[in-house]
Design a protein around this ligand. Structure first.
Ligand code: AMP
Ligand code: ZN
Length: 464
């Protein structure tokens, strides 16, 4: 069966066919780098990692773009309060973001463009929209006139009947009951301090939504295959992206929209504003390896809410250990004789894994298949019905699965390698490069090595 996705735009499950055969172009809304990302944010990035990895497993070339939002209302407020530029304010959070992505084993996208490096591209879109009659100005602010774009509301399935013409909103984020014309460009005012650009459309700064239209089309072309994000991005952000992009090009923007449901805590979305969040760092501090968090975040289907609990995380850690113990034990198995059963188990597992993931990334089904394989092979092993060649075929299949799952622990390094990494961390700390020192600490933790800073220096031990 072909790969199928539930497209948020059509609300139907559709077979996936990229625009250019054999390669996929996708865009992913990235972090607003004004703080450490919480694990709710990482649920969205983990889903996108699964998507990317499975597309590659299927043999597609993938070009993925993830933007870094380094300018918005919050960032301007915080940098001005600290008397630094927005770049200075966001830099440590950008570094921390990449360190966390590594801890979680999330593959790097091909491009990570930052909004503030793409102001001319954004200005060009505003000018094009203006030419095509989608824009009006009020005191140097440029608004998108949604009444000029008949398709507005298609993605979020909005009822546009009761719309008040001319109602407009300048804020970057707002709820569905404020459907209205939105700001593309905001003229400078005192509260912006030094955060502004002198451009052909005046002195000011972009609204949040514009950056994703500018950067996606710059790196992927006017029309591309897949656009992803969390469900909260669907309105207003993605609705506005469609209006801006299609309004400026007159062409269809994106074929498939995929939205990941929220990570919730006691029934509420994990979010900075509710204060009910954990950063990845909070969880690593409690002694959980990054890969256990990876397991937890990936294991629930992306269109279902995931309720975060520490019991759930313990369960994820246990499953991860089972997965890795299995690989370690199969490696050590000297091999018995074959009665042909192992090949049947292997073929069934491969087909089952792919059938599930082809079905709109049914990861829980795919993981069920992996654990069935583990159970069946363990049984054959115990009965010495697994030959050396079959053992190697099992290991090869697990490696192939792991290109999608990313659960396999890296081999624990030799003592000398660990000591060298600790030395590197000490040097990073001396140079006050805390992002790097954190990354090294987390990398070691991922490999089962725990560091302890004592008055006598750094001690380390392997976790049992
Ligand atoms: P933000 O930094 O708020 O722009 O969010 C970055 C990404 O994380 C977006 O794709 C959001 O939809 C997503 N996101 C934020 N909170 C959650 C959550 N609790 N669960 C899943 N995704 C989330
Ligand atoms: Zn976006």
């Amino acid at each position: 069966m072909a790969l199928r996705f539930k497209n948020s735009l059509t609300r139907r499950v559709e077979e996936f066919h990229p625009i250019e055969s054999g390669s996929v172009r996708m865009y992913t809304c990235g972090p607003t780098v004004y703080n450490f990302a919480h694990i709710g944010n990482f649920r969205a990035y983990m889903f996108e990692d699964l998507l990317r990895r499975y597309l590659k497993y299927k043999g597609y070339r993938v070009t993925q773009v993830m933007n870094l939002t380094d300018i918005d209302d919050k960032i301007i407020r915080e940098s001005n309060a600290r008397g630094v530029t927005t770049k200075e304010f966001t830099k440590p959070y950008v570094d921390a973001f990449f360190a966390d992505m590594d801890t979680l084993g999330i593959e790097r996208a091909e491009y990570y463009p930052a909004a503030t490096d793409h102001i001319p591209e954004m200005v060009a879109i505003v000018k094009e929209l203006e030419k095509r009659g989608h824009v009006y100005q009020v005191n140097g602010n440029y608004y998108f006139k949604i009444a000029s774009f008949p398709d507005y509301g298609k993605l979020a399935n909005l009822d546009m009947q009761g719309l008040k013409p001319g109602a407009r909103i300048a804020a970057d984020e707002y709820e569905k009951d404020s459907v209205s014309d939105f700001a593309l460009w905001k003229a400078w005012d005192e509260a912006d301090g030094i955060a502004f650009w002198e451009t052909e459309i005046g002195k000011g700064r972009p609204g949040w939504h514009l950056e994703c239209s500018a950067m996606s089309m710059k790196y992927l072309g006017k029309r591309f295959d897949i656009h992803t994000g969390g469900v909260d991005n669907m309105f207003p952000h993605h609705e506005n992206e469609i209006a801006q992009s299609e309004g400026a090009t007159g062409e269809k923007f994106v074929n498939v929209w995929l939205h990941c449901e929220h990570l919730i805590v006691e029934g509420k979305k994990m979010s900075k504003s509710l204060g009910n969040f954990y950063t990845l760092r909070d969880i690593i501090e409690r002694g959980y390896p990054g890969l256990a968090v990876r397991y937890l975040l990936i294991a629930t289907h992306y269109r279902q809410q995931l309720n975060f609990t520490f019991d759930g995380l313990d369960g994820a850690r246990a499953a991860l250990d089972r997965y890795n113990d299995f690989i370690d034990n199969v490696k050590l198995y000297p091999g018995g004789s074959s009665d042909g059963s192992a090949q049947t188990v292997i073929d069934k597992a491969k087909a089952g894994f792919e059938e599930n993931l082809d079905d709109d990334l049914n990861i829980s089904g795919a993981l069920g298949i992996v654990f069935d394989l583990i159970r069946d092979i363990n049984k054959l092993k115990a009965e010495e019905r697994l030959s050396v060649a079959e053992r190697d075929a099992v290991l090869e299949l697990m490696s192939r699965f792991d290109t999608v799952l990313g659960f396999q622990k890296k081999a624990v390094g030799l003592d000398a390698e660990i000591e060298a990494m600790i030395q590197k961390r000490q040097e990073a700390r001396k140079a006050k490069d805390f992002a790097l020192s954190d990354k090294i600490r987390n990398d070691l933790l991922t490999q089962g090595v725990v560091l302890e800073d004592t008055p006598q220096g750094v001690k380390w031990k392997r976790k049992v």
